[in-house]
Design a protein. Sequence first.
Length: 94
Amino acid sequence: MCRNKEIFLDGRSLSNIIFIAANTKDICLIHQNAIVVRPYYGNKYENTLAKLKIYILKHLLDSRDVREVIKRDFINKLSKPSAVSFNDVVDALG
């Protein structure tokens, strides 16, 4: 099941849309625009969203096409693109 299908019907350009999901099933049609994060289970020390905010501001906000940046930082960094999570990329980028 894919959510937010209406985005495809509005005529919006996918070059400036980022999907954030905790489940890879939610991004089945738009994986090139997606950043997968670990699910949140109530840990008050969890800082994934804070790191994601910094990443978006630093790397994606001014990019012409977010898909190129996501491909560079997520899909090309790790060997299993379908299982790549933001947390894994933060670790890989150092």
